[in-house]
Ligand binder design. Structure first.
Ligand code: NAD
Length: 372
């Protein structure tokens, strides 16, 4: 009897919370015409993916502000007219000021450290920048009463999956501190959302590549390890050759197979995910971001040769520890949850857009972070 009363109480409370979220969300949508929507704070908006999210949000009519400490980002990547705050996501006082000044209604959290081998060599850096500081950001969001949070996670949370393609329920057993630092943040969001009035969307990216088709942004980080970026730097003479790590995997040509997603399609998924969070404030989401199609390293290099009309030098190397043979997303959930229509699901297009950016980048000063 007591249990029944308790359960009824819990049910009433959760129903009341759900009703309140729905009311807040409807109020946000109905009382704000497009030009007057809540502003979205993009952390890491001066970085590769964050800067494309800023463009996608602006193109879709959202107001945006950026916080970035410019450790790997570039001031020039933030479009003119977007309020930019140079600072750290762990700075609660700064965040509170930004929330107030810009009337922030949602966070897209891209800021973080992303180099897997570095995370193995310096795990505490990753647990600090990716996990501890994400905790501070989530806390600031709760304190500020922000209702929606979107988080950049990664296929690295799956470790070396035993299945392919990988769906969201595949066991998550990361094999490096980077993957763990992201998985821990996913868990913090789930627990926080249960306890507080905030819903979230975790997006687990597969291999992100390409650049804004209009040439407004791209991947600028020097020394990046992403295959397409490295291959194009080789094509443009910035590197002597490209290494192929592992030629004896159980894949059609023996080299590693990955699911490459165009960064602008990924950015548009974020905008739709935000709309989904606002539409259903009692619901949180976790979705893979990939096209569900794999290309081997050699297929990618053939495509780079095709697009550049060159033959870049390839050097065959042994496997790297911890690289799965194949990592392909099962995109069923994202396709059935949000009305996502990828526009650039084509390897040659991804490479052509990346090449356009790489050429533009060569014109910029290689040492400048564009902060002056
Ligand atoms: N690039 C990929 O293929 C890929 C794949 C999976 C997931 N992700 C995730 O996507 C997100 C963005 O990655 P990216 O490729 O754009 O990396 P990036 O290095 O280009 O961007 C990260 C941005 O965050 C900023 N930053 C880092 N720590 C910060 C802090 N403490 N406070 C404020 N700003 C900070 C950097 O200056 C940079 O501008 C990351 O969270 C990464 O883990 C990337």
């Amino acid at each position: 009897m007591q249990n029944a009363a308790l359960l009824a109480g819990v049910f009433t409370l959760s129903q009341a919370i759900a009703d309140m979220r729905l009311f807040m969300s409807e109020t946000l949508k109905q009382s704000k015409p497009d030009g007057d929507r809540p502003c979205v704070l993009v952390t890491g908006g001066a970085g590769y993916i964050g800067s494309h999210a800023v463009l996608a949000l602006k193109d879709a009519g959202w107001r945006v502000a950026v916080i970035d400490n410019l450790t790997t980002g570039f001031r020039f990547a933030v479009p003119d007219g977007v309020p930019f705050y140079e600072g750290d996501i762990e700075d609660g006082a700064l965040l509170a000021q930004i929330f107030e000044k810009e009337q922030i209604g949602a966070i897209m959290h891209f800021a973080g450290s992303i180099i897997v081998p570095e995370s193995v060599a310096d795990p505490l850096k990753y647990y600090h920048n990716n996990t501890v500081k994400s905790r501070a950001l989530i806390e600031a969001a709760v304190k500020g009463g922000l209702p929606h949070f979107i988080f950049s996670s990664t296929a690295a949370t799956y470790g070396v999956p035993e299945v392919s393609p990988v769906d969201e329920d595949t066991p998550k057993i990361p094999i490096n501190p980077y993957g763990w630092s992201k998985l821990m943040t996913e868990q913090m969001l789930a627990d926080t959302s249960f306890a507080h009035d905030i819903n979230f969307c975790v997006l687990r990216y597969f291999n992100v590549a390409g650049a804004d088709p209009k040439g407004r942004s791209g991947q600028s980080t020097a020394g990046a390890t992403h295959l397409i970026k490295v291959a194009l730097e080789t094509a443009l003479g910035k590197r002597p050759s490209v290494s192929v790590f592992g030629t004896d995997y159980d894949t059609p040509d023996g080299t590693g197979v990955r699911d490459y997603i165009h960064v602008s399609d990924l950015a548009s998924a974020h905008v739709l995910a935000l709309e989904a969070l606002i539409d259903q404030p009692a619901r949180s989401l976790t979705m893979n971001c990939g096209y569900g199609q794999g290309f081997s390293v050699l297929q990618v290099l053939d495509a780079v040769d095709r697009v550049t009309n060159l033959e870049i030098k390839r050097v065959m190397e042994p496997r790297r520890a911890g690289d799965p043979g194949s990592l392909i997303s099962d995109p069923s959930r994202i396709r059935s949850t949000i009305p996502w229509q990828p526009q650039h699901d084509d390897l040659d297009t991804i490479i052509a857009h990346a090449l356009q950016w790489e050429r533009a980048l060569a014109e910029k000063s290689p040492t400048s972070r564009g902060n002056g």
